[in-house]
Structures are given as structure tokens and as C-alpha cells.
Design a protein around this ligand. Structure first.
Ligand code: NAD
Ligand code: USQ
Length: 382
């Protein structure tokens, strides 16, 4: 299959590109490399050293003998998107290329506007390119579990059957997102659903939970193939942050009570789920929604687990309850359905103490790269 990975220089995109390439698919990456600029803006960097995209793909070629084509450019520029689609003629597009940090989107008006324009316009351009150039191409779009929020009923996979005044219909599940970033994903979902209906496009919206880990079989081979992993208060995410904090002797930063429950998955399952979606495409005109995660945990539960594993490794770890910079429920019901990817064959890597240990060991190895000043949360929702 010819697979285009949009955002292929990022945390999920790079391992995905290698995973498909290793399995014999023809892979191309399109990325503006803007994520590397956001690191500079925030005074941070990936915990692990990451090489330039050019060095990464040439190391992959040396190692595997396989070529990954690269296009450097911004999806909000339609002339670039058009050129990539005409040249590569993708049969599937895995679209990761968005601003993905909730705190970044909440810094100020400028960052909120940037996030929504970047994400919504980029996705609209991809939809138009599919319609005009490769109408059979399957769009595999990364959405987020945070589109649903934390309702007091079970979260279904995309749709819910509703009875109202004696009539019944299956409708998109109500959305109560957590931030202007999460809202950009809701807007994307609506645009994609409409494009499927209007133009007969085939699309899968993967509502992914928080991803942890960083290693996949391909990225651990040698340093030039390493994946990025974020620990800072803007791009770092809950479990990875706690492991890195424990390793460098920083308090584990639980926001508020820590009863916030979220859906989680291992990065190896991200690539596995995306592969399953690609190998089993949506029908023409179908807007399919999968909840892409394997387990749910409260934030405090994760911090306590990291603390226990760290202490077994001889590292003293302290849990701090910081004032919550976000507006979110800290104690709530949470039960999200996630059967569709399992039905397609997903074999989950559930969270184990070994994963936590490996993350802590990785962070110990690269602790000199950690800037303590960027660990605390800075963006406030209020
Ligand atoms: P990332 O920031 O590491 O990677 C995103 C990549 O997209 C970067 O390389 C960036 O340069 C590129 N990009 C951004 N805007 C672009 C544009 N307009 N044109 C071209 N390239 C652009 O993010 P990630 O963690 O790999 O996340 C990938 C996707 O998965 C995102 O859409 C995110 O919302 C979603 N997601 C991530 C997680 C997670 O925990 N990391 C969880 C759920 C969903
Ligand atoms: N949290 C803490 N301490 C921290 C970091 C986070 O208590 O140091 C809490 C947050 O308050 C929140 C929860 O942990 O309640 C998750 O926060 P996060 O930063 O790990 O994840 P989030 O902001 O939701 O965003 C991440 C990715 C985003 C993706 C989303 C999936 O950055 O791209 O869409 O996870 S989901 O959460 O399912 O929406």
C-alpha cells in the first residue's frame, strides 16, 4: 500500500512510518517540522536525542534498505498538499499533523487561534486533496478521547442511539471537550463526517487516548532512529511525565485531587491500531469512529504506580498535588467503550511495571537533557 504519514516527524508519526515501511509498504512523510520550532519557543527539547528528519530516513535506509520519501511543508498551504497528493498518489493517509497540546492551545488568544487554524484548515485541505486527486484514498485521522469529555454516562464509539419524543435515531455522541485544542478535533470530526456524506470519501476517526512509552521495535534499533518523548509542562503527558519526574528527582505533578480518569495506550498499540485501520479500510462514504485506547486510569493511580516502581528501583519519589491549572472534573464517572479495534485483532500491550521501569531508566540515561524550569505547568485555563 502507498501510505502517506502526515506529521511523520512527530512522536506517533515517526514510529508509524517505520512500522509500515518495515512491513513492505511504500511510505512517504509530509511534515512542516514546526514541532521542533515549538520546542525552541518553549525552551525545551525531547528527553531523547532526536536527529533531523533527513538523517532519520537515511539511517532507516542504511538499516533496512527501504526508502521513505519526505515532503517538507505545511498542510495549511493547499499548493503543497496538492503537490504531495499528485506526486505520491496515496492509497491511505494517516493524518497526525496537528498542534496536539491542550496547554499550548490555552496559552493565550494567539495560541488558541493558531491551533484551530492549523488543525482545522490542514484537515480541510487534506479532505479537498482526497476529493480532487485520490477519491479512493482512505483517510485515517487522529482524533482524541478528549472530544467526549467526562459525561456521567458510558462513552460509546462515536455514535449513540437516542430516543426523543417517541422517535429514535443514531447520532454523533455528544462532545464536551477539555480545551481549544480538543475542540479543534471536534471541528475536524464534523468536517470529515460531512465530507464523507457529501463526496463519498472513506474515513476513520481514531479517538485516541493519552499515549505512553516511546520505544517500538524499529525506533530502538539505533540512536539515529530514536523517537522523541516530551516531559515539559506544555507537551509532556501524564504517565511519561511522572516516570521522567521520578527519574530526575522532581515531585510527581498531580493536578488537583488526581481523580481525573483518562483513557491510555502504549505507543506500540498506536502503531498497531493505525495499521489495523489501514488494512481494513472504511467503505466509500463511511465515517467510522474507533475509540483507540486499551485501559483507563486516574491520574493519581498512575502517579502512585510510578512511585511504587521507582521506590522498588531505590528512587525516592514524592507525589505533589499542584493547584489544577485546568478547568476539569477531578472526580467523575468514566467508562468508555473500546471494542472495535479489538474486533479487528488488536492485541493490547497493557501497562506493566516493566514499561514504567524502562521509561525511568531511559530518563536516567538522558537526565542531563532535562531542563527543570519547564517541568511545572505554566498555561492556565482561567
Ligand atoms: P507531535 O507534535 O509529536 O507530532 C505532530 C507532527 O505534526 C509534528 O512533527 C509537527 O511538526 C507536524 N505538524 C503539525 N502541524 C503541521 C502542519 N500544519 N503541517 C505539517 N506538519 C505539521 O504529536 P503526536 O504526539 O505525534 O500526536 C500526533 C497526533 O495524534 C496528533 O494529531 C494528536 O492530536 C493525536 N494524539 C496524540 C496523543 C498523544 O498522547 N501523543 C493522544 C491522542 C491523540
Ligand atoms: N495531568 C496531571 N499532571 C501532569 C499532566 C497532566 O495531573 O503533569 C492531568 C491533566 O490535568 C489531565 C490528565 O492528566 O486531567 C491528562 O493530561 P495530559 O497532559 O496527559 O493529556 P491531554 O492534555 O488530555 O492531552 C494528551 C495529548 C493530546 C491527546 C490527549 C488524549 O497531548 O494530543 O489528544 O492526550 S485525551 O486525554 O484522551 O484527550
Amino acid at each position: 500500500m502507498r501510505i502517506l504519514i502526515a506529521g511523520g516527524d512527530g512522536f506517533c508519526g515517526w514510529p508509524t512510518a517505520l512500522h509500515f515501511s518495515a512491513r513492505g509498504h511504500e511510505v512517504a512523510i509530509v511534515d512542516s517540522l514546526i514541532r521542533r520550532q515549538w520546542d525552541e519557543e518553549l525552551g525545551t527539547q525531547s528527553l531523547t536525542p532526536i536527529y533531523s528528519l533527513e538523517e532519520r530516513v537515511s539511517a532507516w535506509k542504511e538499516h533496512s534498505g527501504r526508502e521513505i520519501r519526505t515532503y517538507i511543508g505545511d498542510l495549511t498551504d493547499y499548493s503543497l498538499v496538492e503537490r504531495v497528493f499528485r506526486d505520491f498518489q496515496p492509497e491511505a493517509v494517516v493524518h497526525y499533523a496537528e498542534q496536539r497540546s491542550a496547554p499550548y492551545s490555552m496559552i493565550d488568544r494567539e495560541h488558541a487561534v493558531f491551533t484551530q487554524v492549523n488543525n482545522v484548515v490542514g484537515t480541510l485541505n487534506v479532505l479537498y486533496a482526497i476529493k480532487e486527486i485520490t477519491p479512493d484514498c482512505h483517510l485515517i485521522k487522529l482524533g482524541t478521547m478528549g472530544e467526549y469529555g467526562t459525561p456521567n454516562i458510558d462513552i460509546e464509539e462515536g455514535y449513540i442511539r437516542i430516543q426523543h419524543k417517541g422517535r429514535e435515531d443514531v447520532l454523533p455522541y455528544p462532545k464536551q471537550p477539555f480545551s481549544f485544542y480538543h475542540l479543534s478535533k471536534v471541528h475536524d470530526s464534523h468536517n470529515i463526517m460531512f465530507a464523507c456524506k457529501a463526496w463519498g470519501i472513506r474515513a476513520t476517526d481514531l479517538n485516541q487516548g493519552v499515549v505512553y512509552g516511546l520505544w517500538t521495535d524499529e525506533t530502538r534499533v539505533e540512536e539515529r532512529l530514536f523517537n522523541r518523548v516530551d516531559y515539559d509542562g506544555v507537551f509532556g503527558t501524564a504517565l511519561n511525565r511522572f516516570c521522567i519526574q521520578a527519574a530526575v528527582g522532581h515531585d510527581l505533578t498531580v493536578y488537583g485531587k488526581g481523580g481525573q480518569t483518562r483513557a491510555f495506550l502504549d505507543i506500540r498499540d498506536t502503531v498497531q491500531c493505525v495499521e489495523l485501520a489501514a488494512l481494513h479500510p472504511a467503505d466509500a462514504g463511511e465515517f467510522r469512529v474507533f475509540n483507540q485506547f486499551t485501559e483507563q486510569f486516574s491520574v493519581l493511580e498512575l502517579a502512585q504506580r510510578v512511585k511504587r516502581v521507582a521506590e522498588e528501583m531505590g528512587i525516592r519519589a514524592n507525589i505533589a498535588h499542584l493547584p489544577n491549572p485546568r478547568v476539569e472534573k477531578e472526580e467523575h464517572y468514566y467508562n468508555a467503550v473500546h471494542t472495535k479495534l479489538i474486533d479487528l485483532g488488536l492485541k493490547p500491550h497493557l501497562l506493566s511495571d516493566d514499561i514504567i521501569r524502562e521509561l525511568i531508566l531511559t530518563a536516567q540515561r538522558y537526565k542531563d537533557r532535562v531542563n527543570f524550569d519547564v517541568i511545572k505547568p505554566t498555561a492556565s485555563w482561567r
